[in-house]
Design a protein around this ligand. Structure first.
Ligand SMILES: Cc1cc2nc3c(=O)[nH]c(=O)nc-3n(C[C@H](O)[C@H](O)[C@H](O)COP(=O)(O)OP(=O)(O)OC[C@H]3O[C@@H](n4cnc5c(N)ncnc54)[C@H](O)[C@@H]3O)c2cc1C
Length: 405
C-alpha cells in the first residue's frame, strides 16, 4: 500500500492517539509540536495522580459532556473506560479504581505510560518533530516555525490537536484560535473550565487561611449538591469541589454578573438538629464556643462563617437562623480565575464546522481532535478519555477519508 503522508500538529494525548491509529494502519505520520518534548500536560496531569478515566458504564460516562455529549458519543463508544484501561495495560501500565470511581495507574504518574507509548509510536514509524510551531494556513499547506527557519508542509491529510489554553507554558497556548478565525473557521471563545474563583476575602482572612482545606462539606449551585472538599486561596477558592461546580458558576457569572457557591458546613446534621444543638448552648458563652460545641465548627469553617456573615450579626442570630446559615452559607464569587490557571478549557472549534469523522466540513483533509474542540467535562478522567477517544476517531476518519478519495 502506498503510504499517505499525514501531519499531526500537537503531541498531546489526542495527537499521539491519532498517530498510533494511523501508523498502525500503515500511513507515514509526522507529529509536530512546538515544545522541546511532547505530552507535557499529560505528564503534569500525572503529578498529583494521573486520573486516566472513570469507571462507570459508557452510557453514564457519556452524560458528563453536557451539550457536546451527542457529538462525542461515537468517539467515546469507540474508546470506553474499559478500553482505556486495556490500552494502558498493553503499554505496561496497570490501573486501579479508586474509592470515588476514578481510575489511576498503580504507579500514579504518567511518565512510564508516556515513555512506553512513545516507544510504540517509534516502532510503528511515527516521526516526532519537536520545536516546530504551527503558524497557520498557507495556500500551499501549513506554515511551521522551526529552529532552522520557517518551512512549508503539504501533507495529504492534517490533524490539528493543539489543546486548549490552560497552563500555556506547557505548550497549549490557544494561539491557534486567531489563525483558525482568520481562515473563516468558527471557534467558540476559550473559557476557563475546572477552575477556581476570586472571592473578596478580607486581608486578615486571606492571610490567615490561604492554603487551608475545607473538608467534609457539601456545596450547591446550578450543578446540584456535591459533597467533597476545597481549598481557600489568597484570591478565593479552588480545588475539586469548586471545579465540580465551576462550569455552572462561570456561566451564571457570565449571564447575570452574579454567582455564589452555597456551602453546607455541617452536612452530617439536619437544620433542625443543628438548631436544637445550638439552642442548648450557654448564651453567655463566646460565639466561637457556641459554634464549636453546638455545631462542631471551628478553624477554617468557623472563620468562613464569620467572614461571609459579619460575626456581630451572626452572633445575634437565633439558633434556627444560625443553623440555616450553617446549612446554606453563600460564598459570593467575583469572577473565575484566569484561563492560564484552569485545569481545562471550554470553547474551541465549533461543532457545526466538524463532521462525524472530525473533519472540517469546509476544509477536506483537515481534521481536529482533543481539547481544541468545543466541549468541556468535569475532572475525573473524562478529559483525557475524551481527548484520546477523539484522537482515535479522527485517526480512523483520516484513514477512511484517504482510502475513499
Ligand atoms: C494540572 C492539570 C492536571 C490535569 N489532570 C488531569 C487528570 O488527572 N485527568 C484528566 O482526564 N485530565 C487532566 N487534565 C487535563 C488533560 O491533561 C488535558 O485535557 C489533555 O492533556 C488535553 O489533551 P490534548 O491532546 O487535547 O491537548 P494537550 O495535551 O494540551 O496537547 C496539545 C499539544 O499541542 C502543542 N501545540 C499547541 N499549539 C501549537 C502550535 N501552534 N504548534 C505546534 N504545537 C502546538 C502543545 O505544545 C501540546 O503539546 C489536567 C490538566 C492540568 C493542567
Amino acid at each position: 500500500m502506498a503510504q499517505n503522508s499525514i501531519a499531526i500538529i500537537g503531541g498531546g494525548p489526542a495527537g499521539l492517539m491519532a498517530a498510533e491509529v494511523l501508523s498502525a494502519a500503515g500511513h507515514a505520520v509526522t507529529v509536530y509540536d512546538q515544545m522541546p518534548s511532547v505530552g507535557r500536560k499529560f505528564l503534569l496531569a500525572g503529578k498529583s495522580g494521573l486520573n486516566i478515566t472513570y469507571a462507570e458504564d459508557p452510557e453514564t460516562f457519556a452524560t458528563r459532556f453536557g451539550a457536546a455529549a451527542p457529538r462525542l458519543k461515537r468517539a467515546l463508544d469507540g474508546f470506553p473506560p474499559d478500553a482505556v484501561r486495556a490500552w494502558a495495560a498493553a503499554l505496561g501500565t496497570e490501573t486501579f479504581v479508586g474509592t470515588s470511581g476514578r481510575v489511576f495507574p498503580t504507579v500514579m504518574k504518567a511518565s512510564p505510560l508516556l515513555r512506553a507509548w512513545l516507544r510504540r509510536l517509534e516502532a510503528q514509524g511515527v516521526r516526532l518533530r519537536t520545536r516546530h510551531r504551527w503558524l497557520g494556513f498557507d495556500p500551499d499547506g501549513h506554515r511551521l516555525r522551526t529552529p532552522e527557519g520557517d518551512i512549508l508542509i503539504n501533507p495529504e491529510a492534517t490533524l490539528l490537536a493543539m489543546g486548549g489554553a490552560s497552563w500555556p507554558k506547557l505548550g497549549s497556548d490557544g494561539a491557534w484560535t486567531g489563525m483558525m478565525a482568520a481562515e473563516g473557521i468558527e471557534v467558540a471563545p476559550l473559557r476557563p473550565a475546572n477552575c477556581g474563583f476570586d472571592v473578596d476575602w478580607s486581608e486578615t482572612f486571606a492571610e490567615r487561611f490561604a492554603g487551608h482545606a475545607v473538608k467534609s462539606v457539601a456545596a450547591s449551585s446550578q450543578a446540584g449538591r456535591i459533597q467533597g472538599e476545597f481549598v481557600i486561596s489568597v484570591h478565593g477558592i479552588e480545588g475539586s469541589l469548586v471545579y465540580a461546580h465551576s462550569a455552572a458558576l462561570r456561566d451564571a457569572l457570565e449571564l447575570t454578573g452574579r454567582a455564589a457557591l452555597i456551602l453546607d458546613l455541617a452536612p452530617g446534621r439536619t437544620a433542625e438538629r443543628l438548631a436544637a444543638d445550638l439552642a442548648r448552648q450557654d448564651v453567655k458563652a463566646s460565639f466561637s464556643t457556641r459554634l464549636r460545641k453546638g455545631a462542631g465548627l471551628d478553624g477554617v469553617k468557623a472563620a468562613l462563617l464569620r467572614e461571609v456573615q459579619a460575626q456581630a450579626q451572626a452572633n445575634r442570630l437565633p439558633p434556627a437562623e444560625l443553623a440555616a446559615l450553617i446549612k446554606a452559607l453563600p460564598v459570593p464569587l467575583l469572577r473565575p480565575r484566569p484561563i492560564d490557571e484552569a485545569i481545562s478549557t471550554a470553547g474551541g472549534v465549533a461543532w457545526d464546522e466538524v463532521d462525524g469523522d472530525f473533519m472540517l466540513e469546509t476544509h477536506p483533509g483537515l481534521f481536529v481532535a482533543g481539547e481544541m474542540i468545543d466541549w468541556e467535562a468535569p475532572t475525573g478522567g473524562y478529559l483525557l478519555t475524551a481527548c484520546m477517544a477523539t484522537g482515535r476517531a479522527a485517526g480512523q476518519g483520516i484513514d477512511r477519508w484517504l482510502s475513499g478519495r
